[in-house]
Design a binder for this molecule. Structure first.
Ligand SMILES: NC(=O)c1ccc[n+]([C@@H]2O[C@H](COP(=O)([O-])OP(=O)(O)OC[C@H]3O[C@@H](n4cnc5c(N)ncnc54)[C@H](O)[C@@H]3O)[C@@H](O)[C@H]2O)c1
Length: 261
């Protein structure tokens, strides 16, 4: 299997100032990325994060662009600034996501976790990665979750958004699109990972069950994120949960045993 070389590549990471997004940025730079754009809303944290990355990996490798992934014009501006700064763009990590099931917040969860990801895929696949990649192949990594694999009855909205990522990934990641644009589209499904992700549960008792689940650290997750970037074939999804990444395979419809009512 061909291994995608991260060295000298340019990446745009949404939700890049915190948690899993920041871990992606660090791992990309460790593996020789030429530049990383951190796209996030949290302007306050940006100076500190950029400074720390510059101290570790050197100057002129990281920029911050304030953008809300729900807004396609702001998101597009982040792609434009990436190309203007680094000369090209090869990788989009569609990572920004929220977990808010409250009456006030659940629509925002749908907008960030689904519209935000679809905005990124459309910009990446149709406009920027296809035309501004430095090598033969671009890459989009979409972020699902173990909550995109099985029912979590106490957070059904979040689950709905994370299941949606699979449909988008297998369809945009289909060879039809790969042959057209030479951009791999893959998904990751992390397990419960210690991070600042805000969790507002629709049904409060879930919190206890969630907190009692075994959780991995960002350091556990980091090497598996890199393996997915380097090796995952287009249209595939990978479970990253305290062990080596393994593929989540959606059943082929023709192979499903037919159970009639
Ligand atoms: N932490 C976990 O246990 C876990 C497990 C599975 C999947 N995930 C998914 O991984 C992704 C990252 O989660 P995390 O735990 O690192 O969360 P986090 O809260 O630590 O980081 C998310 C980042 O996204 C940014 N963000 C939020 N809304 C945004 C928007 N509209 N536009 C741009 N940026 C925005 C936030 O400011 C924050 O910096 C999410 O998609 C989450 O659903 C997390």
């Amino acid at each position: 299997m061909a291994v995608f070389d991260i060295n000298s590549k340019v990446a745009l990471v949404t939700g890049g100032l915190s948690g899993i997004g920041l871990t992606y940025a660090q791992e990309l730079l460790k593996n020789g990325a030429k530049g990383v754009t951190l796209v996030d809303l949290n302007e306050k944290a940006s100076d500190k994060v950029v400074k720390e990355l510059e101290e570790e990996f050197g100057k002129n490798k990281v920029i911050f662009v304030k953008a809300d992934v729900r807004d396609i014009e702001e998101f597009e501006d982040a792609f434009k600034r990436t190309v203007a700064t680094f000369g090209n763009v090869d990788i989009l990590i569609n990572n920004a996501g929220i977990f808010d099931e409250s009456d006030e917040g659940w629509r925002k969860t749908v907008q960030v976790n689904m519209i935000g990801v679809l905005n990124g895929i459309l910009l990446g696949l149709e406009k920027y990665l296809c035309d501004h990649k430095s090598g033969e192949e671009g890459l989009i990594v979409n972020t699902s979750s173990i909550a995109g694999l099985e029912p979590y009855p106490y957070s059904p909205i979040y689950v709905a958004t994370k299941f949606a990522i699979h449909g988008a990934t297998i369809s945009f990641g289909h060879p039809v699109h790969y042959e057209r644009q030479h951009v791999r589209v893959v998904a990751v499904c992390p397990g419960v990972t210690t991070s600042p992700l805000t969790s507002t549960y629709r049904y409060g008792e879930y919190k206890k069950a969630y907190l009692n689940r075994p959780r991995q650290t960002l350091a556990d997750l980091a090497p598996e994120l890199v393996r997915v970037i380097q090796r995952a074939p287009t249209g595939t999804a990978w479970v990253l949960d305290s062990e080596p990444a393994y593929q989540f395979v959606l059943p082929d419809r023709d192979s499903i045993p037919k159970i009639y009512l």
